[in-house]
Write a protein that binds this ligand. Structure first.
Ligand code: ATP
Ligand code: MG
Length: 683
């Protein structure tokens, strides 16, 4: 299909958004109105109709899943080499690529580590332990605060002046120490992936010029969920030229807790007075009934922009609200219904999605789905990367590219067993910290003999010697072969067998490790980078591939990916941007949706947007379920139906199982209706 034919399939407003390329463009529209479609078509338009090189275009979104879907949709439109060098990624992957190319300018040594949130927490725990008696909750709070500061572009030196009380001051001090240590480890954390590029581009005109030359056009999906630093990244990269298209829906802003600033929509208009704002009003996804429910619900929130959505998809079925005795009955009901409906509707498993507020809600449902042998895919649960064997292998990889990565060192120095105990490690850590170096470097120092028995020094020496050997081989040539040999040589497999309860489990674990290495190889081959990549040595390639794996790990904990024919189980957060013919929303109860914390914190509006996101994922049918009783904190509690149910158009809802809760007047009225209906039937 030619690009002109593709354009012709869009409505006039969408076409305008695709064709407008001279200045900044904002598409502001409700769910299912074709915003993402505008982005994908526009990428093809830029390449095929405007002759722009794909490597000058960067499209960014929030989750891996969304990025992958977008990549697929664009891939179908571009032919042959047209798409070469195109960046379609998450914000964080874009940031990672910038950092990799700008390591020197950023003051990092080659071979940096990307710390996942757990590594970061371990580091904070270490640092704060010296300061005061702090428990896990304090560490979590400080970690969250640091993340907020980073997302708001508040640097360590400035945090103290932003602090409003003692706790904040404490966090600000921890922030400074944390950043200093990260740097010493030659490591960056998840939030740094945006923060570091922003600071670099802001302060280094040469770097800015390099990147402005590299990226000519940017497209941002789900713009309402950008935070301060992400917005700055777009603004810096685009500069005066302002050649960008961002699309968003303020009603779908659901990441305030992670620093998202829906007011970025307003800021955009102020920063770019030439901004061309295009609104889309036709929804191509959902039936009229589903759309009406979504519109009615969200009308309860205050609005900056008014949007009206309509659909030509027909009225469709009523929205069912199923009240269950307890949570188990709720799960049972959803599972058994999917089973029968799949046949009745001639649907596939993948046409069904079950959405919920919190990951824990999936547990019972999983059991029921397993019981009926329904294939399902759980997003955000225990991912591949959270398996122990994968964490071990990743730690080896990280240590190979960055021996200063103490977290990685600690994880595997005694895995498989090398008789290096906690006592030795503690002394080693003290020694390293006195000298201000890494644990790995400390193992090489002669002075270590003075604090550790010779036997311990020898054991550490054997370990570092082993790692050094692998590193030398990686530098010399085939890095992947060196890694594969390392895994064979060190008896990791034997160690797995010793530690697993059955040989089959050990076998599977080792297979997982090889899968990881295969992934690594694939990731090296698929390096989507520009010409700069070809100048990299092979070890750089491994390094890049390893950091990409770590990033994927972090992102996948938010949303995982899979194509096979399975029922999708996911949180409403992870479902953003997706659509399914049949959607079940579970747990429509006070305390759950809206979540108790949100009610206490006065952020019910964000919960309402979350419900809006959930409802608008549905194309043909929507079923809302709730339980009358649910176990919480080990006790069976009575549940109250969610206030959001009252905010939906009563006439579009079909209740089931509410009889005992129903207001007697309504019941009578319904009875009369039924009698009237029967009469008219009987003539
Ligand atoms: P969300 O806000 O949920 O991210 P969105 O605005 O990005 O939604 P899309 O996912 O782009 O919407 O589109 C929703 C559905 O409508 C998709 O199935 C898409 O293929 C279809 N669609 C979009 N535009 C048109 C059009 N002009 N004609 C027919 N179908 C369309
Ligand atoms: Mg979208």
């Amino acid at each position: 299909m030619s690009i002109q034919q593709r354009l012709a399939k869009l409505n006039p407003r969408q076409q305008e958004a695709v064709r407008y390329i001279d200045g900044p463009c904002l598409v502001l529209a409700g769910a299912g109105s074709g915003k993402t479609s505008v982005i994908t078509t526009k990428i093809a338009y830029l390449v095929q109709a405007c002759g722009m090189s794909a490597r000058r275009i960067a499209a960014v979104t929030f989750t891996n899943k969304a990025a992958r879907e977008m990549k697929e949709r664009v891939g179908q439109m571009l032919e042959g080499k047209e798409g070469h060098g195109l960046t379609v990624s998450t914000f964080h992957t874009l940031g990672l690529n910038i950092i990799r190319r700008e390591l020197a300018a950023l003051g990092y040594r080659p071979g940096f580590s990307l710390f996942d949130p757990e590594d970061a927490k371990a580091l904070l725990r270490d640092l704060m332990h010296k300061d005061a008696q702090v428990d896990a909750e304090v560490i979590n709070r400080v970690q969250h605060r640091i993340s907020q500061w980073k997302n708001d572009l508040v640097l360590p030196g400035e945090a103290a002046s932003h602090a409003t009380d003692q706790d904040e001051l404490f966090a600000a001090r921890a922030y400074e120490a944390y950043v200093r240590h990260l740097k010493a480890y030659n490591a960056v954390d998840f939030d740094d992936l945006i923060l570091l590029p922003v600071v670099l581009l802001r302060d280094d005109p040469d770097a800015l010029a390099r990147w402005r030359k590299r990226i000519h056009y940017m497209l941002v999906d789900e713009y309402q969920d950008t935070n301060v630093s992400q917005y700055q990244l777009v603004k810096l990269l685009m500069g005066e030229r302002a050649t960008f298209t961002v699309v968003g829906d303020d009603d779908q802003s659901i990441y305030a807790w992670r620093g998202a600033r829906p007011e970025n929509l307003v800021t955009l208009g102020e920063d770019f007075p030439r901004l061309n704002v295009i609104k889309l009003e036709q929804n191509y996804r959902s039936t009229g009934t589903i759309l009406r429910a979504a519109n009615t619900l969200i009308a309860n929130n205050p609005h900056v922009y008014d949007k009206t959505l309509w659909s030509k998809m027909g009225e469709g079925a009523a929205i069912r609200v199923v009240v269950n005795r307890h949570e188990e009955a709720e799960a049972e009901r959803v599972a058994s219904e999917i089973l029968t409906r799949r046949i009745k509707e001639r649907a596939e498993w993948r046409d069904f999605a079950v959405l919920y507020r919190g990951n824990f809600q999936s547990r019972l449902l999983e059991l029921k789905l397993q019981h009926y042998q329904i294939p399902y895919k759980l997003s955000g649960g225990t991912s591949f990367f959270s398996r122990n064997e994968i964490k071990d292998a990743m730690a080896y990889l990280r240590l190979l590219i960055n021996p200063a990565d103490d977290n990685a060192f600690l994880r595997i120095v005694n895995v498989p067993r090398r008789e290096i105990g906690p006592g030795t490690l503690e002394k080693l850590a003290n020694y390293a910290s006195d000298r201000g170096g890494s644990l790995f470097a400390a193992c090489h120092e002669l002075g270590l003999e003075q604090v550790l028995p010779t036997r311990a020094v020898e054991r550490l020496g054997r370990f570092t010697h082993f790692i050094d050997g692998v590193r030398r081989r990686m530098d010399a040539g085939d890095a992947l072969a060196a890694i594969r040999d390392m895994l064979r040589d060190m008896d990791y497999e034997a160690w797995l067998y010793q530690n697993a309860s059955t040989p089959t489990i050990a076998e599977r674990r080792m297979a997982n490790v090889w899968t990881l290495i295969d992934q690594l190889e694939k990731s090296m081959q698929a390096d989507p980078e520009d010409s700069a990549a070809s100048e990299e040595t092979e070890t750089d390639g491994v390094e890049a591939a390893i950091s990409r794996l770590v990033l994927r790990d972090i992102l996948e904990q938010q949303a995982e990916e899979d194509d096979s024919d399975r029922v999708q189980l996911l949180t409403m957060h992870a479902a953003k941007g997706l659509e399914f013919p049949h959607v079940y929303l579970m747990g429509l109860e006070e305390e759950l949706l809206p979540h108790r914390n949100a009610v206490e914190a006065g952020t019910v509006e964000e919960e309402r947007r979350l419900a809006y996101v959930g409802i608008t994922r549905a194309r043909r049918t929507l079923t809302l379920t709730l339980a009358r009783q649910r176990k919480a904190y080990g006790e069976l509690m009575d549940c109250t139906p969610s206030r959001f149910l009252d905010e939906l158009p009563e006439a579009d809802l079909e209740w089931e199982g509410r009889a005992d809760k129903e207001d007697p007047d309504k019941k009578q009225a319904r009875g009369k209706d039924a009698i009237a209906g029967l009469r008219s039937l009987l003539g």
